[in-house]
Design a protein around this ligand. Structure first.
Ligand code: AMP
Length: 379
């Protein structure tokens, strides 16, 4: 089987690296300039808007998947004509997920809780929503916002004009600011036969909207929360006849979970699975697309994932010799706020993991790690 991947960033790279044991051929279609997959497989370097080249690429693949949601849907639709059943997750899923408003409306319609939100098309709608939903809130672009881009916090009515001036040229949503206890996410996988597997909920730390650290499994987690998150993912998977990995980003508010966002692809908060789970999210995504049984999602060790943002931090040789430390580099040039690699740290127990984090985390994200909350805190 030939699997084509749309996009040539680190997610494509990790999918390619997971492919050899699945006896499939992988190739990539990526815009010129993307270089994290060079040398790993055949790469067609053309712009996504070049629908003729895209169509030729698609016609040469048995299955097709994508590593980001911001591909132009009309172009992809026209290139996929006659081949749409090759794409996983489907075009319908991509269309739904690529727009924050349609995505959130889907969750609302199906009783999956989110922050209160409303669609904004003009300044008067923004005024009305800020009054109705209240402050603080966040104005977000419906499309192409990632890593905190395309967002403006509105603390009071005085902020409305500036926020509109900055973002108002494209469709927006206004969302109530959630005072969450912590951010969690669920990575799940579903295959064509409807089999579904779930990784445990993980705890995520974002700084300025960018993921810095994932702790897997999330420390001190009530099992009811895992069940709730799995129920949301199962419902979503079934309603959309979903194939592949999905990630639900969640806010924990006491015993409640609100969905912040869904990604219809492998996800940064699942990178820990490369070293901390029996089967990685990348392998499972390919398994789902290839109609193979899904791999075991069981955790093999408590794991922390630390993103390298901007550049690769200097780790001493003794740091990298610590057992259970795995460095993953993406071959990208350093650039402000760019994800250039990550570190997975595994340990025999959560306590040992936090001891390792105390040493390594300040070197990577430049701050003292938040220690395990004492028993009874969290939930
Ligand atoms: P997003 O691009 O929607 O994933 O947002 C990036 C980050 O901004 C999230 O991981 C949160 O840390 C924060 N954030 C987004 N939406 C909200 C919200 N409604 N309330 C509080 N924080 C938010």
């Amino acid at each position: 089987m030939k699997i084509g991947i749309l996009g040539g960033g680190q997610l494509a790279r990790m999918l390619i690296l997971a492919s050899p044991k699945l006896e499939c051929e992988v190739k990539v279609f990526a815009p010129p300039g993307d270089n994290t997959v060079d040398g790993l497989c055949p790469v067609t370097k053309r712009n996504f808007r070049d629908t003729e080249a895209l169509r030729e690429f698609i016609s040469s693949c048995d299955r097709l998947t994508y590593e980001w949601e911001n591909i132009s849907i009309p172009d992809l639709k026209s290139a996929l004509e006659g081949f749409s059943n090759r794409l996983f997750p489907s075009l319908e899923v991509l269309e739904l997920v690529a727009d924050r408003y349609t995505q959130k409306s889907f969750f609302k319609k199906h009783g999956i809780p989110t922050a209160e939100f409303s669609r904004i098309n003009d300044p008067s709608e923004l005024e009305r929503s800020v009054l109705g939903i209240g402050t603080p809130g966040i104005l977000k672009t419906c499309r192409e916002g990632y890593d905190g881009k395309g967002q403006k916090v509105i603390r009071d009515r005085e902020d409305i004009k500036n926020a509109w001036d900055e973002l108002g040229s494209v469709p927006l949503i206004y969302e109530k600011f959630v005072n969450f206890e912590r951010e969690l996410s669920l990575v799940a996988c579903r295959n064509r036969q409807g089999e579904m597997r779930f990784y445990p909920l993980v705890e995520n730390l974002h700084v300025n909207g960018i993921l810095r650290r994932t702790l897997a499994p999330a420390p001190l987690l009530a099992s009811a929360l895992q069940e709730t998150a799995e129920a949301y993912a199962r419902k979503t998977g079934e309603l959309l006849d979903y194939v592949g990995v999905m990630a639900l980003e969640l806010f924990q508010c006491g015993e409640k979970l609100l969905v912040n966002e869904m990604a219809s692809r492998v996800h940064n908060t699942g990178h820990w699975t490369l070293n901390g789970a029996k089967t990685s999210q990348f392998e499972n995504h390919l398994r789902a697309g290839l109609e193979k049984p899904l791999g075991d999602t069981k955790v093999t060790a408590p794991t922390a994932m630390l993103n390298f943002i901007g550049d690769v931090p200097e780790l001493t040789e003794s740091d990298s010799r610590v057992t259970g430390v795995f460095v993953h580099l993406y071959g990208k040039k350093p650039r402000l706020n760019r994800k250039v690699g990550h570190l997975n740290i595994t340990a025999a127990s959560p306590e040992e993991l936090f001891e390792k984090l105390k040493v390594l985390e300040p070197k990577i994200i430049g701050r003292v790690p938040q220690l395990l909350p004492s028993k009874g805190e969290g939930s």
